[in-house]
Write a protein that binds this ligand. Structure first.
Ligand SMILES: [Zn+2]
Ligand SMILES: [Zn+2]
Length: 376
């Protein structure tokens, strides 16, 4: 129990990203970086954002510049279809205009700019994003189901936005409705935001697992990314990690339909086990391992090739010479552990529960790291 409390204490203090000592990153290091998997690319994407073309505060080229600074692979421009508060100042009969401006300003970069729209309705169905659409104007339909059908006709990937939004769910609990069940059954809805802006929803994660929906995390940024996520202080925007065969819009769309995603939010990874375990094994690797002389205390250097500041609980069955059962593994760096193996081993297994990774509500994955010792 004390172990659990200790871990929870560390985890709880850890989840306040900006408060971790030593975690402050320099502006040059703001790029969001996670390693590729064995056979798939790990693409970073923010699939929900606004500009002055709906209720955002910036011109679309600023969204592109922010994404370039974060080294994102893709963004989706998703203006509200039905909510246009700046329309008297910025009339734009063509609802594709924000995407056109962003796409043009992104041409010098390798950033993919995806055309999208936010379908903005009362609950149910609440708000949803259709991305990879062909023409936003054709989505202007009164009947909400007809909008989803038009999006599907255009080949869009569609996800449920902020199902936990307090303006539409007073208790903050994402809850399925009959209309959502119908949209899913009719293949009109494929994903759900488990993270929107600064909120995370265990209930949305459970809905995703129950209904086989793609896990999505987005900024839904209206103001500035740097201010909202305290980037100068070491914060980061939420993104969806998309595990794609190549960096193209088609490969990304295919990966989204096949539910190959993880969410990176406030120093926490959220994914199904199917994606989480390969991702953790790509992030955390054993760089080298050796014994000094004839002491059976093994030195094991772990490398962390990701932005996550991992909170690891040692489940290996061996105690550590310099750590209690909790080990903090800083981002983009390496750490040498001293493992008391009691006898000289050729190899052994390190096992850690990863407290800042979530595969289901209150469920944290275990990463296994085979260690082979250098002798001599
Ligand atoms: Zn919304
Ligand atoms: Zn939005």
């Amino acid at each position: 129990m004390r172990l659990v409390l200790f871990a929870l204490f560390l985890t709880a203090s850890f989840f306040s990203f900006g408060q971790i000592p030593g975690l402050h990153q320099h502006p040059a290091e703001r790029a969001i970086r996670f390693p590729d998997l064995d056979s798939l690319l790990t693409l970073t994407a923010d699939l929900h954002m606004h500009t002055v073309f709906s209720d955002g505060s910036v011109w679309p080229d600023i969204r592109v510049q922010e994404a370039v600074r974060d080294s994102l692979d893709a963004i989706a421009i998703t203006e509200h279809l039905e909510y246009q508060p700046h329309q008297s100042d910025i009339p734009h009969p063509d609802r594709n205009r924000a995407w056109q401006v962003a796409e043009k300003s992104a041409r010098p970069y390798s950033l993919i700019v995806i055309r999208g729209s936010e379908i903005t309705r009362d609950m149910p169905p609440g708000h949803s994003n259709a991305i990879f659409i062909e023409d936003a104007n054709k989505l202007l339909r009164d009947d909400p189901v007809e909008v989803f059908k038009e999006a599907r006709r255009q080949g869009a990937f569609t996800f449920w936005n902020h199902p936990n939004w307090i303006a539409q769910r007073k208790d903050g609990v994402a809850t399925m409705t009959g209309l959502h069940r119908q949209l899913i059954a009719d293949t009109l809805l494929q994903g759900i935001e488990v993270v929107n802006d600064v909120t995370y929803s265990d209930e949305a994660l459970q809905i995703a697992l129950d209904y086989n929906l793609t896990l999505i995390g987005t900024s839904d940024i209206h103001g500035l990314v740097d201010w909202q996520y305290k980037v100068p202080e070491g914060g980061h925007r939420p993104v969806t990690l998309v595990f794609a065969e190549e960096k193209t819009p088609d490969a990304m769309k295919k990966a989204l339909f096949e539910r190959r995603t993880a969410v990176w939010f406030d120093n926490t990874l959220i994914a199904r086990e199917r994606e989480m375990l390969p991702l953790l094994n790509a992030c955390i690797t054993v760089e080298k391992a050796w014994y000094n002389g004839d002491s059976p205390v093994a030195y094991v250097t772990l490398a962390n090739r990701s932005d996550a500041h991992f909170v690891l609980e040692n489940l290996s069955g061996y105690t550590l010479h310099e750590h209690p059962d909790i080990v903090l593994l800083p981002p983009q760096s390496s750490l040498t552990l001293q493992v008391k193996t009691l006898e000289m081993k050729e190899d052994f297994l390190l096992k850690f529960k990863v407290w800042n990774a979530v595969t289901a509500p209150a469920t944290h994955p275990v990463v296994e790291l085979p260690v082979a010792l250098d002798r001599g």
